[in-house]
Design a protein around this ligand. Sequence first.
Ligand code: RAM
Length: 331
Amino acid sequence: MSLIKNLAVTTALTAAMFALAAPAQAQTRIALLVKSLGNGFFEAANAGAQEAAEELGDVEIIYTGPTEPTAEAQIEVINSLIAQQVDAIAISANDPDAVVPALQRAMERGITVISWDSGVAPEGRAMHLNPSSNELIGSTIIRLAADHLPDGGQVAILSATATATNQNIWIEEARKVLPDYPGIDLVTVVYGDDLSDKSYREAQGLIQSYPDLDAIIAPTTVGIVAAAQAVTDAGKIGEINVTGLALPSEMAGHIASGASESFAIWNPIDLGYSATYIAYELATGAATANEGDTIPIGRVGEVTIGENGEAAMSEPFTYDASNIDEFKNIF
Ligand code: RAM
């Protein structure tokens, strides 16, 4: 064998070995774009997305988001995902409308776009996955407070950002059921922007401004922890009950101390898992998202697309001292 031929064979062999050694190229790259990084709720959703990616086999998850939960910062991330030519973007949006033009540009370039958790207006995505029915979440957060106020009382809401699609809908739904609770007086709604320090200051403001306050309802996992801490630090445990939507892992201590009697949440791992399945099936053409279509979501089951291209995953579950220990190590 000539030296040249020998070299050629060696090169071909080396290339083949490298091809074998190199990890298989993921065929579908799905960006899980969250409201902001550093939020335990989205980290749990990412764990579910990774689980789905492993099951699906040829999927790469790009977990990404801005450091602060604003639409402007999310638009920058969307533009970078367009440049990276990802196959799908699954977004939890900081604003239903502001991100639409950027997402439309993504769709024009063939990128599948869905929203989950916090929705995008219909013209900016193929479908939206709600964690649960919005009516049910809205009525649940009021009931959680009312359950511990048999004689009625003053409640205040500490929300995330003022433009967050999900919290705004839940608050709207919560207001609709208030007539069913004549003794419950919703005194104000304030915004902690899903930032711990701002949420803490807003909770302190509520405690100072409303001396007779009986409950703080925080429909955000970031806000509820900050509010429970503010109530604890103000020596108001037993006077002001903190409730809303939370992660058992982040609230176990506040349930034990009595700062929170109970709260609710759906499974955030399942939500990230479901969003990934849906994004994958739409991106690969295995499913469509027209009204009435059913999309399988692995071990979670299936969702059916309803009005405005929306679907809902499951029901929220209530956690209190009787069951929190079972869940605090899961999410
Ligand atoms: C925060 C975020 C998220 C919301 C949860 C309940 O983590 O605002 O969007 O779904 O709370």
